[in-house]
Design a protein around this ligand. Structure first.
Ligand code: APR
Ligand code: PHB
Length: 396
């Protein structure tokens, strides 16, 4: 019988990505104890290149968590973006169309680093390289989480478990099939992304639809660019040299931008599949799902990180209300409240994906519908305003 040490905390959080770290910091600030369990090392988590667009709500939460100072110093405020459809370029003035709302360009890697630093400064407990994390009795009154570290089995007794362990985590898998419903659409293509220390090709993000497929020109700073091109979902990354990537990107960008593109060696290259996914409900007894554990969006709408933020806002407020006022309404209402905003972001991300990508089985009629959708959207102030409201983030 291996020795099993047991500790207690109020909320055990599984996953030290943006969701888990943000929740832990917000609960800490409210005097609530947490332990975060992460199966990877901190360096591994920081090595993932992910999203880079923050809605106002995410930026405000980061500040509220006491981890927003570097974002305020280094983040880039963007007041608009560009849609480009077979060479037709249309700027979407986010700020004007929404009456003042904007987005902040700040890499998820940096945001995660800032949250890690805040947790460390606060003396927070994050157990990295926690293996075999398992959830016990989530539907009972005394849930527990066990894990293995340095060859020893540890057990955490807690009041609540927050499943912030992403799409491939253990939390959603711990909800019985008889309880859980899932909704999914897998897209017949992926995104090939490249990060480079080159100046961005444009001041704002450019979402381009070309006959050859979709391309996105984004950035992390004035000297670091992030580009994506649509590729086959089973594309072999080894067959994409930097030069081949740059050539394909030039083909898909508007001519003026292609001519201005500054290329350089890739710091990172990766292929991401595109899917829409939602799990319902987001609660099972004392287990709550948040972030990618609960939902996945295609990156076209830049919603993945921002949906995690609204989940964490709702869940942290519900837990704070429970511990401060012994009130359970927030916990009882969490799933429905989070799902209402999740489905709106799923819709927007699906719509942007359908509008801007080349579908292998697309008919000539489908192609005309994409063109008509683009014209309908960019000729109508109301349609553009709706796009802008969704892109900057619907209210929490
Ligand atoms: N035990 C412990 N940790 C786990 C387990 C497990 N069984 N499974 C996964 N994890 C960890 C992962 O290693 C990861 O660090 O949970 C963390 C989940 O983090 P994310 O996948 O980043 O999900 P989330 O924190 O919800 O952030 C969502 O990340 O993937 C992007 O596009 C997504 O921008 C969005 C954001
Ligand atoms: C990014 O910069 O990584 C990014 C920006 C906008 C998106 C997706 C990804 O829609």
């Amino acid at each position: 019988m291996t020795s099993r040490t047991q500790v207690r905390t109020q909320v055990c959080i599984i996953g030290a990505g943006p969701s888990g770290l943000l929740l832990s910091q917000l609960l800490h600030n409210a005097g609530i104890d947490t332990i975060v369990l992460e199966r990877q090392s901190g360096d591994y988590v920081l090595g993932r290149i992910r999203a880079g667009i923050l809605e106002q709500g995410m930026a405000d939460l980061l500040r509220q968590a006491g981890a927003g100072a570097r974002m305020d110093r280094e983040g880039l405020v963007h007041e608009g973006l560009e849609l480009c459809f077979y060479g037709d370029r249309r700027r979407v003035d986010l700020k004007e169309l929404t009456g003042g709302d904007v987005v902040t360009v700040y890499g998820q890697t940096e945001l995660t680093r800032d949250l890690m630093d805040a947790r460390k400064a606060a003396g927070g407990i994050t157990v990295y390289e926690a293996a075999n994390v398992a959830i016990h009795d989530p539907a009972g009154d005394h849930p527990r989480v066990s894990y293995v570290k340095d060859g020893k089995t540890h057990e955490i007794a807690c009041d609540f478990i927050a499943g912030c362990d992403g799409y491939h985590g253990v939390s959603r898998a711990s909800i019985p099939d008889s309880v859980l419903r899932t909704f999914e659409r897998v897209y017949p293509f992926g995104w090939l992304g490249l990060l480079s220390d080159t100046p961005p090709v444009a001041d704002e993000l450019v979402y381009a639809r070309h006959e050859r497929g979709f391309a996105l020109a984004s950035m992390r700073s004035q000297t670091r660019s992030r580009y994506y091109i649509q590729c086959a979902f089973d594309e072999n990354l080894k067959e994409w040299t930097d030069d081949r990537f740059w050539d394909e990107l030039r083909r898909r960008l508007p001519e003026e931008l292609a001519a201005a593109l500054v290329t350089g060696p890739s710091l990172e290259k990766s292929i991401a599949p595109l899917r829409s996914f939602v799990a319902e409900p987001l609660r099972h007894g004392r287990l709550f799902l948040a972030g990618d554990a609960a939902h996945i969006v295609p990156p076209t709408g830049a919603k993945g990180l921002n949906l995690a933020a609204s989940d964490i806002q709702y869940l942290s407020q519900a837990l704070i209300s429970f511990y401060r006022d012994k009130a359970e309404e927030g916990l009882d209402g969490y799933s429905a409240k989070a799902l209402a905003r999740i489905w709106q972001a799923e819709r927007f991300s699906w719509w942007m994906t359908m509008l801007l990508h080349r579908f292998p089985d697309s008919s000539p009629f489908d192609a005309r519908m994409q063109r008509a959708e683009f014209e309908n959207t960019t000729r109508s102030r109301h349609a553009l305003a709706n796009l802008a409201e969704n892109y900057v983030g619907l209210p929490y």
